[in-house]
Design a protein around this ligand. Sequence first.
Ligand SMILES: [Mn+2]
Length: 414
Amino acid sequence: MEIRDFIPKRFEKLAEQLNNNEAVILFSNDPVHGVNRFEQDKNFLYFTGLEIANARLVVVKNSDKLNSTLYIERNIPERIVWDGAKMYPEEATEISTIKNVQFTDLFEANITTIMAFNGVRKVYCNYQIGEMNKPLDSRLFFAEELKKRVPGIEVGDFTDIVRPLRQIKDEFELEQLQYAIDVTGQGLDEIFNYAEAGMFEFELEAMLYNEMLSSGFRFWGFTPIIASGKNAATLHYIDNDTEIDKDTMVLCDVGASSYGYSADITRTFPIGEKFTPRAKEVYQEVLAIQKEIIEMIKPGVSMMQLNDKTNELITKACHKLGLIKEDSEFRKYYMHSIGHHLGLDTHDVGARNSNLEAGMVITIEPGLYIPEESIGVRIEDDILVTESGYKVLSGAIPKEVSELEAIRKASLHR
Ligand SMILES: [Mn+2]
C-alpha cells in the first residue's frame, strides 16, 4: 500500500473538522544533529507522508474548500556534496499528493498575507504545551508572533482537531501497525529462544534490536523495558543493565516502529524451564484477567468500563493470592490503567473516556507488581476494534503458560 492513496481521504475528513475561515499550520520536526536519526512529527507525517525536516504544511478552509500549501527546504547547490540533495518539489507532490509546493524560506514572509487574505480567524498548530519555567519552543514562539502581526487571530491546539481522525485507523495505518507488531513478535521469539540466566537484560534488548534492524526497522516506538526479577515491579524501569538471576521472570515491554507507527507489546516469561509455582499462580491470574477484558471489546464499550472491570478482577485476584485484606488495597499491586490508544504515538491521541468504535486500536495490559516477592507480571496485546468485536493483532506471540514453558524447555536443552 502507498500512503499517497490514503492522504486525500484524510484531508476530506480534516475539512469536516474545520469551519470556514479557519486554518491549520503544521510544522515538521527540526533537523537533528549529532548521533540521532531524524524522526518526523506525527501529525505532519499523517498529512504528508514526508520524512523531511524544515517543512511546513498550511491548510486554509474558505468557501467550503480546503487550500493546501506545502513548504519544503530549497536545495543549495554548494551543500549537495555535503548533505546530499534535499527532496525536490515533484517528489514531495508524488508522496503527499499536495500540488502546491513552495520553499520554506518564503513561509514567514507569506504566512501573514495568507491569513489576512483568507480572513482567517483561528489557526490550529501542532505545538506542545510548554512548561512555565522553560523558554517558548519555536512553534509556540511562532504562535505568539502570529497573534501580534494578525491582531484578533486565535491559535489553538491541533490535537483537538486531529483526534477524531487519528483514533480511527485506515488500511495503510493498520498495515504499518501489523509490520511493527510482527517484527516485535519475531524479536520476542528470539528472546524466548535464546535468553538464559546469567545474561544481562541488555543482551535480550540486543536480540530484539538485531531482529528489527536486520528487517529494516530502525526505530523503537518507545524505550524498551527489559526487566528481570524485582525490576519488573518498577513500572518505568529502562536501565536494562541487571544480570538475570535464575528462577526469576523477565518482563519485556517493547515495540518497534514502522513508518512512525508503534507496536506496544508486553510478555513476561520464566528464565528457567518453568515458572516457579508462585510466579505461575500470579501469571495465570493476570492472563485470565487479560483474556476476560479482551472478550469485552466491541463498539460501544467504553475504556472506563474496561478499567472498572479490570479493577474488580484485579481486586479479586489480590485476595486470592493473599496479597490484600481490604478491597481498596489493590492499588498497591496494580497502579496503572488497562490500556490506551495505539498508533503514530505509543500513547496515541484518542479520548480516554469515549466509547470504542470500529477501526480503533487499543492496548490491553493488566499487571500485578509484588516487589516484596520480586515478581512483576504484565501481559499486553494490541487490539483492533472491529464491527463485530475485536481482532488481536499481536495474537501470534505466545502467552500461554504451556507455550512459554515448552519454548523455554526446548531452548535450554538445545
Ligand atoms: Mn502500553
